[in-house]
Design a protein around this ligand. Structure first.
Ligand code: ZN
Length: 453
């Protein structure tokens, strides 16, 4: 999952929840938005009906009964390594399981995502439910699952996000076994490209290919009650300054310096102003260059990171920084009355950003479902697959799939599966309320006009 997750504010009881261990670990509490004290009556009513329906009760029992089998899926998938850009083998295994559990038309798309549509009764919303295939671990990592006892398993990637994949398969199985007919469509996805260098390429493809998605619920390791609503966007650049270079004494006055030019740029960037809300940040993270102390530098490089909780200030800040770089080159050339210093910029990171309003139906649905499982909702933020729909204004949340988890992105990554089925039930209930169940509840998620290509 995520880079720099941070909880925002709590909800239902308006109490600020304190986080235990987990993916969404407390860093700073920023009260970005007031959250509703209670959910709207339609949401409350839908979940009351849903949870009292015998068909849904039986379905939830089936999630519990399927726990041991789903742990076998978890072990199997975890032991197929899936480094960024090398998710194919795991994708094929996940696809085979999806087909075996009843999505005959499931397939792997052009980007490498596994996609399967479970149709509703028609005219309902289309909800994307997803978990990511990729892990941060490079090829050759020992991904053998170790049994630590007392329900604890350890292996790189086991919780982030292989548990999410196994939960999706379990939902598919129980929905089919119990012939549950949802009103809206469920688009089951195991996607590629969530982790850092993937730049969300999998999700970008999903939303480019499916213009009629009305909402997204992603599964990631997270404590019970956690609902991610904020997706911090980022753009990253590698900037290279180049000139002829020359002797520090002999060529002085005739050539510009790549390092001096970059220094001018950094000074200008350091003065860029950004809003504190939505939080927008920048930094020149690394610098390098030069040949020796007595050489006018022919080359200098820096890496710049720009982030924001919304796209507009992100793009605004990016514009200022790119202009500062160009101005700096003009100044350095002018200083020596030459035109031999040049600069090139390369986008090396591109994650869109956005936010799902805390008072939207999708957040209230998760909040109400959490409450019925005895959990206070904690609204959080991070950079995840949900950044893509959020940047498009499509309601999206990331929730947990059950189990206590920790050690993400470390070789010691673990999951405690004791009672983990409760989390899988809780998140499934959230999903069912959103798409509706035929004969039980209408969908809560609104159908949106399809987006243009
Ligand atoms: Zn993840």
């Amino acid at each position: 999952m995520p880079q720099l997750p941070r909880p925002l504010v709590s909800t239902l009881a308006l109490a600020v929840a304190v986080l235990a261990a987990g993916a969404v670990q407390a860093q700073t509490f920023s009260a970005v938005a007031p959250t509703p004290a209670q959910v709207r009556p339609a949401v409350d009513q839908a979940y009351t009906q849903l949870l009292s329906a015998p068909q849904v009760q039986a379905l939830l029992e089936a999630v519990k009964a399927d726990h041991e089998r789903s742990v076998e899926d978890l072990r199997m998938l975890t032991e197929i390594e899936a480094p960024p850009f090398k998710e194919q083998k795991r994708a094929e295994a996940f696809l085979a399981r999806m087909k075996a559990l009843g999505l005959a038309d499931a397939r792997i798309d052009a980007e490498g995502n596994v996609v399967g549509l479970r149709k509703g009764t028609g005219h309902g919303p289309k909800l994307l439910i997803s978990a990511h295939l990729d892990t941060v671990f490079p090829a050759g990592t020992d991904v053998k699952v170790k049994d630590l006892g007392n329900g604890r398993l350890a292996a790189p990637g086991i919780s982030d996000d292989t548990r999410g994949l196994a939960v999706l398969l379990s939902w598919l199985k129980v929905l089919n076994d119990h012939h549950v007919q949802t009103v809206g469509d469920l688009l089951f996805v195991g996607n590629v490209g969530e982790e850092e260098l993937g730049n969300l390429r999998g999700m970008k493809r999903i939303f480019a290919d499916h213009l009629d998605i009305d909402g997204m619920v992603g599964l990631e390791p997270a404590p019970d009650g956690s609902v991610l609503i904020l997706g911090t966007g980022s753009h990253r650049y590698e900037v290279t300054f180049e000139g002829p270079g020359g002797h520090s004494y002999g060529a002085f006055g005739q050539v510009p310096s790549a390092i001096h030019g970059m220094g001018r740029a950094i000074a200008k960037i350091a003065d860029v102003k950004t809003p504190s809300f939505p939080k927008t940040t920048f930094t020149v993270g690394t610098v390098s260059g030069g040949t020796s102390v007595n050489t006018i530098a022919p080359e200098a490089k820096m890496a710049v990171d720009i982030r924001s909780d919304q796209m507009e200030p992100l793009l605004e800040t990016e514009k200022k920084i790119l202009a500062a770089i160009d101005d700096a080159v003009v100044e350095e050339n002018k200083r020596w009355n030459v035109s031999t210093l040049s600069v090139s910029t390369r986008l090396i990171g591109d994650r869109p950003g956005g936010r799902t309003p805390p008072d939207s139906v999708i957040v209230e649905a998760a909040t109400r479902a959490n409450a019925s499982f005895g959990h206070k909702t904690l609204l959080s933020g991070a950079s995840t697959d949900a950044n893509v729909p959020m940047s498009l204004g499509i309601p999206a949340i990331i929730i947990g799939g059950g189990g206590k988890t920790g050690g993400f992105h470390a070789m010691s990554e673990w999951i405690d599966l004791t009672d983990a089925w409760k989390g899988a039930q809780n998140s499934l209930v959230t999903v069912l309320g959103l798409v509706g169940v035929q004969g039980v509840t209408p969908p809560l998620l609104e159908k949106r006009p399809p987006r243009a290509k």
